[in-house]
Design a binder for this molecule. Sequence first.
Ligand SMILES: N=C(N)NCCCC[C@H](N)C(=O)O
Ligand SMILES: O=C(O)CCC(=O)C(=O)O
Ligand SMILES: [Fe+2]
Length: 336
Amino acid sequence: MATDFKSIPIIDISLLLAKCDDPKMGEDPGVCRVVKQLDQACREAGFFYVVIFMHKGHGIPESLVNEVKRITHEFFDLTYEEKLKIKLTPAAGYRGYQRIGENVTKGIPDTHEAIDCYKEIKQEMYGSLGKPMEGCNQWPLNPPNFKSLMEEYISLCTDLSRNIMRGIALALGGSPYEFEGERAGDPFWVSRMIGYPGVSIANGQAQPENDIGCGAHTDYGLLTLVNQDDDITALQVRNLSGEWISAPPIPGTFVCNIGDMLKLFSNGLYESTLHRVINNSPKYRVCIAYFYETNFDAAVEPLDICVRRTGGTAKFCRAVYGQHLVSKVTTNFVTP
Ligand SMILES: N=C(N)NCCCC[C@H](N)C(=O)O
Ligand SMILES: O=C(O)CCC(=O)C(=O)O
Ligand SMILES: [Fe+2]
């Protein structure tokens, strides 16, 4: 349950990563320290920063973290005509480029453009459940190595998220592998490369338009990794009394937050916290958001361990992740 947090905690997960392949990791004192911090952050804010740390092959090189932002700026700098070559359509499984104003949150067009990518869903893979999302990603040919960079980045984000989820599973009082197997052993993922135009400066006067880059929403799956531009504060997180708390960029970190499926698994012990984006700076801002999800066809219900810790009653009904995603994706777009 979210509280009146005033800032978002920073967690160094290197001791967790060092032991994440050890089945006895739950007994390690260093892991326990990280797990405690994860538990507190997930209960109080549903948001935390993780320090990206390379340890025995775990983590993501900072050069790649920066390179994906740089190449995303390069893509959004292209003409509309060029960008529309990979236009998002329902027939393409909602994969590809959407113009500014095409994504809608709670009925209001968002001031952002984006490329949406999803793990591939082959034809008939999940029957009617997966049909709307079937397809391959539409990658731009320009800039040339966009696809290979993003695929490498996404694969490292998947590994990192699995390892953070092992810590979160321990934090909930389970085994490190609660979120593997039938629940999220074949994790679905979503990645959005997002661009938010800066505010224009007219007549030599800054005119903060308070344009909403992305309206208040929660994320849909388990865990989100936000890789944002270094010099603009735009992401805001809502605390219990309704104040918007900024999540400024901290170089060398990702912002992590909890999605709807983890709220459900945890029986509300952890919240999928509302957040929004307002870019009031004159500079164009990019963000690479990576969403780590359950198996596409996972039936998600409160874990017994969490039900016991929250008074013995399940607060949520079972939900199928793929249905939740499809209901969002099929209502997120308007044709401007
Ligand atoms: N895959 C995720 N989580 N995407 C987040 C997008 C949030 C905005 C969307 N229009 C909405 O209203 O949900
Ligand atoms: O741009 C950001 O910092 C966050 C974007 C976001 O919340 C989302 O795409 O779900
Ligand atoms: Fe989000």
